[in-house]
Design a protein around this ligand. Structure first.
Ligand code: AP5
Length: 207
């Protein structure tokens, strides 16, 4: 079974949802640039803070993100990587610092993505993920796991979600083509329940 797994997909494809489950299943680290950057939104860098890029739906400059990933992978004995690489330069950097066992692309239609992003709610305390229609909490606005408040991410407005999709098509689709050309990409239809998508990923990783 593979233990250095890269999960690729557009914003809202379910990378975070599935990466957490995979990391638990295989007992490896969940390395996610999105969460790492959200935890350090106001960190001063020579390019400015991550916040300004994230709230516009743009990519944070490569040197900032590459440093985060290099440090996280150096400490990890096996990982599920989510949210990186997002352009060809990051993909080249990644291939310099590690070998991957599996690259999985979660395929989801654009309009489904926008519905997932605008309906997402996250726990302010523990980061657990919900959706107002597809994965609602038992009590509206309250986290099932820890009782924390559920909030909407600042970049989950429809306007910013569509901007993020455009950034994905301009920057990250070439990364997917790169792995497809190399013959390393396995594609999974991500339009099903989270349990079904998880089962589909398990099947392709077992092959
Ligand atoms: P990041 O946090 O990585 O966001 P993203 O790629 O846009 O992905 P999301 O977290 O929005 O979606 P996801 O695919 O994880 O979906 P999820 O499982 O939550 O990045 C945010 C920003 O940080 C970027 O815009 C950029 O500025 C910066 N950044 C990050 N990495 C960077 C990098 N490498 N370089 C430069 N900048 C970087 O699911 C979404 C919703 O759908 C949830 O509500 C969930 O409940 C629901 N859902 C999930 N699965 C299903 C299902 N099967 N059926 C129904 N609903 C589902």
């Amino acid at each position: 079974m593979s233990h250095r797994i890269l999960l690729l997909g557009a914003p809202g494809a379910g990378k975070g949802t599935q990466s957490k489950r995979l990391a638990d299943e295989y007992g490896v680290e969940h390395v996610t640039t999105g969460d790492a950057l959200r935890a350090n939104k106001d960190m001063e860098t020579e390019y400015g803070t991550p916040r300004s890029f994230m709230e516009a739906g743009d990519l944070v400059p490569d040197p900032v993100v590459n440093e985060i990933v290099e440090a996280a992978l150096a400490d990890a004995d096996g990982f599920v990587l989510d949210g990186y690489p997002r352009n060809l330069e990051q993909a080249e950097f990644l291939s310099e610092i590690t070998d991957l066992d599996a690259v999985v692309f979660l395929d989801v239609d654009d309009e489904v993505l926008v519905d997932r992003l605008t309906g997402r709610r996250v726990c302010d305390e523990c980061g657990a993920n919900y959706h107002v229609d597809f994965q609602p909490p038992a009590e509206a606005g309250v986290c099932d796991e820890c009782g924390g408040e559920l909030i909407q991410r600042e970049d989950d407005t429809e306007e910013t979600a569509r901007e993020r999709l455009q950034v994905f098509y301009d920057n990250t689709e070439p990364v997917i083509e790169h792995f497809r050309d190399e013959g390393d990409l396995v594609e999974v239809d991500g339009e099903a329940t989270p349990d079904e998508v998880f089962a589909r990923i398990g099947d392709v990783l077992a092959e």
